[in-house]
Design a protein around this ligand. Structure first.
Ligand code: FAD
Length: 300
């Protein structure tokens, strides 16, 4: 099964992102969440690719386990950080033999400081667009890429950032998944810019991370490099001494944004889960009946 086929099937896709845990407790929590999410029959689940050797092996193992032990369709993230081209080819081969044929091709960040100097591996790749080409020429893979509604922190301007995204599409990417954002307008503006620059109608899937604690606001700014919308920050500020109210507002805000995005024709929704299923399941269930088909995915 290839993700582009699900994206062109005419119904919104619903997908969930997990990361390989580092501890046995984390592993247990992850698998509980995966089984909960599996019951929703999502379109696919993705597994992030870490900065270090051990977690990287776990990405391969975890996607393999998802492919063999569950009904879920796994999407493997991979990055160019500290990899030669021959190591990347080997990694693609490992995914392929695990039955994983959907990849998200990323450049990745320098280990340690994400905004530190990017140093390409001497026999490696400079940009994600090169990784897109490498994966595409390696076999029958679908390839997604990252998109940044608010521009990537390293890009000089929004305009330049859009050019780079369009180049990834021209290199063969089948779709993009965005960085998290909290104002639907940011997504709609990105989509308009891509269309204006000849990016065609390549699907751009919005990534959603609900605010569940007041500290998530600051965390989101660190993770995305984008400022949190002022009007929303004020709403959260008003209930900041009531953790339950913050969580309820976060879920409500995320649900409203998902509804707006789907009404505006977004091809699907990709949820960041932090390996917990409860909040994203709540949002998914609130969308049920209106925007979510009875079984969102698992289309064979
Ligand atoms: P690129 O598209 O290569 O862009 C990198 C920088 O180079 C940008 O500033 C861009 O503007 C610039 N650029 C691009 N092309 C050119 C060009 N032709 N000429 C000049 N400049 C250019 N990181 C992980 O380590 N593991 C993960 O699993 C992971 N998953 C992610 C999932 C999503 C949905 C997103 C949005 C990001 C994810 N990241 C992950 C983070 C990502 O690796 C970083 O944001 C990284 O800094 C950029 O990756 P990229 O693939 O967009 O790189």
């Amino acid at each position: 099964r290839h993700i582009p086929d699900l994206l062109s099937a005419g119904e919104p896709t619903f997908s969930f992102e997990f990361f390989p845990p580092k501890t046995p407790e984390g592993e247990q929590k992850l698998w509980r969440s995966i089984r909960d999410i599996e019951a929703l029959q999502p379109s696919w689940v993705s597994v992030t690719y870490g900065a270090g050797g051990g977690t990287r092996d776990r990405t391969v193992e975890m996607t393999e386990q998802l492919a063999t032990d569950t009904t879920l369709l796994p999407l493997a993230h991979m990055t160019a950080v500290n990899h030669s081209v021959s190591e990347l080819r080997h990694l693609i081969g490992r995914f392929a033999s695990a039955g994983v044929n959907n990849m998200l091709a990323l450049r990745g960040d320098p280990p340690g400081d994400p905004l530190g100097e990017w140093v390409k591996h001497p026999e490696g790749l400079e940009y994600a667009s090169e990784l897109v080409r490498l994966v595409k020429e390696s076999g029958d893979f679908s390839v997604g890429v990252a998109a940044f509604p608010f521009k990537h922190p390293r890009s000089a301007s929004v305009d330049e950032d859009t050019d780079f995204l369009v180049r990834k599409f021209q290199a063969g990417a089948d779709y993009a998944v965005t960085q998290m954002f909290f104002d639907a307008e940011d997504y709609l503006r990105l989509r308009d810019r891509v269309a204006a620059k000849g990016g065609g109608d390549t699907p751009i899937i919005p990534e959603i991370m609900p605010v569940l604690q007041h500290s998530t606001i600051e965390k989101s700014e660190q993770l995305s490099g984008a400022p949190f919308p002022k009007h929303l920050a004020e709403e959260f500020e008003r209930v900041s001494d009531d953790p339950k109210a913050v969580r309820e507002l976060g879920i409500d805000q995320a649900t409203r944004m998902c509804e707006r995005l789907l009404d505006e024709g977004a091809p699907g929704i990709h949820f960041i889960t932090f390996n917990q299923s409860t909040a994203t399941r709540e949002i998914y269930e609130r969308l049920s009946g209106s925007r979510v088909p009875a079984a969102a995915g698992a289309r064979t």
